[in-house]
Design a protein. Structure first.
Length: 109
């Protein structure tokens, strides 16, 4: 069963279903994860820093490539709304980027 670990949320581990799911849906179900555009890749508020396991995700989408070209999405980040977690993903380790942190949440970094 795939597992997503959010390092700067006290290494919170989220165990995923084995079907293909969007990373944003998984994160939103278990945490307060920012997303402004409703998961359409039209902003960068759902960005996640990928620390480990990114090579197991789907290829970058056109939306992600557009934000990279505009300098709004760093190379080590993906849009959670565009990432697919499948049964082939064993473990994914991520962080909430500083710019997308909610005030009032106790982050562990």
């Amino acid at each position: 069963m795939p597992e997503v670990i959010i390092e700067n949320l006290h290494s919170k581990a989220i165990h995923c279903e084995t079907k293909t799911e969007r990373l944003l849906d998984i994160l939103s179900a278990e945490t307060d994860w920012m997303s402004t555009c409703g998961g359409r890749g039209m902003c960068t508020t759902c960005a996640a820093q990928i620390l480990h396991g990114g090579e197991q995700l789907n290829h970058e989408t056109e939306a992600e490539l557009k934000w990279r070209r505009l300098g709004k999405l760093p190379e080590n980040e993906r849009l959670a709304c565009q990432c697919l977690i499948s049964k082939d993903v064993s473990s994914l380790k991520i962080r909430v980027p500083d710019r997308n942190k909610f005030p009032g949440i106790n982050y562990s970094d």
